[in-house]
Ligand binder design. Structure first.
Ligand SMILES: Nc1ncnc2c1ncn2[C@@H]1O[C@H](COP(=O)(O)OP(=O)(O)OP(=O)(O)O)[C@@H](O)[C@H]1O
Length: 277
């Protein structure tokens, strides 16, 4: 659950807008991470997974976080979700400090996490039912999202009857159906074959343009991060930290052909070089 914080606690990011911007025109970020560190402790041993992470994400932004395996990407996302707490520092979503999971943050993981005993429609409706949304309204919402992911014909199918890509489409629909203010995605297409992955990336961009959600996307696939995002944060390990931030100045309307353009290849080269270092 996100808790309200006192004005003085949020002041630092409310007034620290981009250089040259007047205070009155500065819009506070949707998500603010301030000097966050995470130390895991087990059997008297401690391990610093993340050190001094600070970032800001604006409303309707699509940002990705890339970095080598073990640099703490999932740990950071879990903290945004409220599934792990920072050892130091603070995280705010819409000005409320994150102190646990909440319906305002929807999650999609790499592992297929649909309920096998529920149909596609019931999987999408799961959170709505839990929140007491009346049946007629539930049906309308499920219909809207089945349409958005192009799986109307599979409303009454069970997860085991679906391909990996179809399952992830349902997982995205299930997360969106609850109308979260932020969508947190942890390598959602990591287990898909390259062709399905490319199709899913285009579908996700379509959905993001229509829904205008704020998306935080974790991946170790640099091409995927550039293709999807407006900004990319690059992490390194030992301990996990942010080493660079790239603004992706590519047209908003993108399809997979953009991956062959000079601008795209240049960006990819720069990020690969940073991660190799
Ligand atoms: N619950 C835990 N207890 C102890 N150490 C942990 C725990 N969870 C993660 N770690 C360690 O923290 C580091 C960061 O893990 P994390 O899963 O966040 O990395 P990642 O960048 O998402 O990796 P990958 O890309 O392989 O999924 C790793 O060294 C991992 O072993």
């Amino acid at each position: 659950m996100a808790m309200a914080v006192k004005a003085e606690e949020v002041r630092d990011y409310e007034v620290c807008g981009p250089p040259g911007m007047e205070e009155e025109t500065y819009i506070p970020p949707k998500i603010a991470v301030r000097e966050v560190s995470k130390v895991y402790t087990s059997k008297n041993k401690s391990f610093t997974a993340l050190e001094n992470i600070s970032l800001e994400i604006r409303e309707n932004e699509f940002i990705s976080i890339v970095g080598p395996s073990g640099c703490g990407k999932s740990t950071l996302l879990k903290m945004l979700a409220g599934l792990e707490m920072p050892t130091q520092g603070k995280i705010w979503v819409e000005g409320d400090e994150v102190r646990g999971p909440g319906a305002d943050r929807g999650m999609v993981f790499q592992a297929y996490t649909l309920f096998p005993w529920l149909t596609v429609a019931d999987n999408i409706a799961f959170g709505l039912k839990l929140n007491g949304v009346p049946e007629t309204r539930r049906r309308e919402i499920v219909k809207k999202y089945l349409n958005l992911i192009g799986l109307e014909r599979f409303a009454n199918s069970y997860p085991k009857e679906l391909s990996g890509g179809m399952k992830q489409r349902v997982a995205i629909a299930r997360a969106l159906a609850n109308n979260p203010s932020v969508l947190l995605m942890d390598e959602p297409f990591g287990a898909l074959d390259p062709q399905t992955k490319a199709t899913m990336q285009e579908l996700l961009l379509d959905i993001w343009r229509q829904e205008r959600s704020t998306v935080v996307f974790i991946t170790h696939d640099i091409e995927e991060a550039i293709f999807l995002s407006q900004r990319v944060y690059v992490m390194q390990s030992g301990p996990g930290r942010i080493v660079a931030e790239f603004k992706i100045d590519l047209p908003e309307q993108r399809n997979n052909d953009i991956k062959d353009t000079k601008a795209f290849i240049n960006l990819k080269r720069k990020i690969v070089a940073l991660i190799k270092n």
